[in-house]
Ligand binder design. Sequence first.
Ligand code: PBE
Length: 308
Amino acid sequence: MRKSLKLGALSAILGMGMILGACGGKEEAASPTSGDDTGKSEATESIGEQVDYKIIGIDPGAGLMNKTAEVIKEYQLDNWELVEGSSAAMTAALKKAYDKKEPIIVTGWTPHWMFAKFDLKYLDDPKGVYGKDEEIHTIARNGLKEEDPNAYSVLEKFEWTPDDMAEVMVAIYDGKEPEEAAKEWVEKHADKVSTWTDGAEKVDGKNLVLAYVAWDSEIASTNVLAEALKGLGYKVEMLQVEAGAVWSGIAGGSADASVAAWLPTTHEDYAKQFEGKYEDLGTNLVGTKLGLVVPSYVEINSIEDMLK
Ligand code: PBE
């Protein structure tokens, strides 16, 4: 009861905004995606019509993409399309729509700088397809523990918070090179970094390969860990690959480790496929979330609203 009252008030406010917006000029009132002259206003168009039944996705190897395909099935969003692209293309599309106050639905996750830079909301997922209690794990190749216990101990101790990660991500978004942003974070948070390197010995240019995907969150974590290891004298190679290649690289031994394993749900398929061929070193970050994300001016609150 209370909720529906609130929703009513909200749409009244949003509706008013739209009328005011319409006074500002014809363009703002026009439908952003259909472009045809049906005379339908945004207010009467369904969310599907407004966004052309498109969900803006990321790289096809991402767990988020598998989960979103599952969402389309589970919620019977039959006429919806999940658009493949990349992390960078998704955030570019979001920024473009956001700047013009146009409706858009993207696949999103936390931690991510987009929540600091835009006013966004997750759509409720009453069927729980995106899962809960997700964590980011560090994984390593079998044998690393014996061959380089020093690096292994740092990998095992590496752990930080969503706020830490967001700090690096926002610095990168604001224009810093990832390496530079990571270096500055490592300097500023020397105390935290020392809890990872505690007890580890300095080495002289020993090689270590960290595999990752170009997701904004993993660009941040991999660069920060690489800086911490470089501080010990490691020569760190950051191997940027597709999601599947992170796992197969570690399973095959061409990569030493990765801090990009989202478990138990997001990378469930990879974890199963490579079971026994990698070592799980435990959690490096808790407090993640996956889902469909819209700017808060978009008038829907649940994935179920996409059926209307
Ligand atoms: N992500 C970010 C990844 C894991 C890290 C949510 C885009 C994925 O979906 O696989």
